[in-house]
Design a protein around this ligand. Structure first.
Ligand code: CP
Length: 277
């Protein structure tokens, strides 16, 4: 087994982000460098896509150069799946529209696992703009697979009743749920994805759902608070959260690098113990 920093030596990995990113793009680059991959960045606005080349022809070209993994983020749900149809290598979804953000969910699950030693039977609340959140969707899948109980909390315009399901409850009153949670995941109010009519006024949102000092005090002493970032100060949280021992944002960000290293490793070398058919 080669040592960590050379596990993906000579493997070209290309980062193709059509949407802004700080955490995901930087941690993927760090992860690629730490496993020794040839880490490449192609900003779409500086590529030949601007000259009319199709995305399918772009990925054919990249494959011909030996690129084996594409890491992509796009505003359209389903974009990475479509890219994978045209590309002969691996495609990693770094966030697509309102659909999924799988590596964010993995680092969130690692944060919970490190905190509690397990995921099964934890009660995790996810509060805010669930409807537009790819982070919420991926976390719901991961949390349920690993046996956690999930309560989604938000106003009807940002959280339709239809999102309730097996092991997933919908609740409108944050204050009533807070004392019963092991972990609370805050979400960013995604003003760029919300049609004007579906967003309550920010004052109304804050009154019902912002985590302030009063609500922080309603959490159980062992409970933790998470946020995928970027956060809107004064919208979904207040400054009272930052000195709190419950706040785990920095842990989440830190775990993003090893989680993405593991994903890269698994794609190229497989998962230890996995039977490859
Ligand atoms: N959490 C997350 O996806 O952050 P970025 O948009 O900065 O990558």
């Amino acid at each position: 087994m080669p040592e960590l920093r050379s596990r993906l030596a000579g493997v070209p990995v290309l980062n193709l982000f059509f949407e802004p990113s700080t955490r995901t793009s930087t941690s993927f680059l760090l992860a690629e460098q730490r496993v020794g991959a040839d880490a490449l960045v192609l900003p779409p606005g500086e590529s030949s896509l601007g000259k009319g080349e199709t995305i399918a022809d772009t990925v054919l070209t990249l494959a011909a150069m030996g690129v084996r993994i594409l890491v992509t983020r796009h505003q359209a749900s389903g974009f990475p799946a479509r890219l994978a149809e045209a590309f002969s290598g691996h495609v990693i979804n770094a966030g697509d529209g309102q659909h999924a953000h799988p590596t964010q969910a993995l680092l969130d699950l690692l944060t919970l696992r490190r905190e509690f030693g397990r995921i099964a039977d934890l009660h995790v609340g996810i509060v805010g703009d669930i409807l537009h959140s790819r982070v919420a969707r991926s976390n719901i899948v991961g949390l349920r697979m690993l046996g956690a109980r999930v309560t989604l909390i938000g106003p009807p315009t940002l959280l339709p009743e239809t999102m309730a399901g097996d092991g997933v409850a919908v609740e409108r009153r944050l204050d009533a749920v807070l004392p019963h949670l092991d972990a609370l995941m805050l979400l960013r109010v995604q003003r760029e994805r919300i049609a004007g009519a579906s967003l309550p006024s920010l004052d109304d949102y804050a009154r019902g759902y912002r985590l302030d000092a009063h609500r922080l005090a309603l959490l159980a002493p062992h409970a933790i608070v998470m946020h995928p970032g970027p956060y809107n100060r004064g919208v979904e949280l207040t400054e009272a959260l930052f000195p709190s021992p419950a706040w785990r944002y920095a842990h989440q960000v830190r775990y993003g690098v090893p989680v993405r290293m593991a994903v890269l490793e698994a794609l190229i070398h497989g998962i230890p113990g996995e039977v490859v058919q």
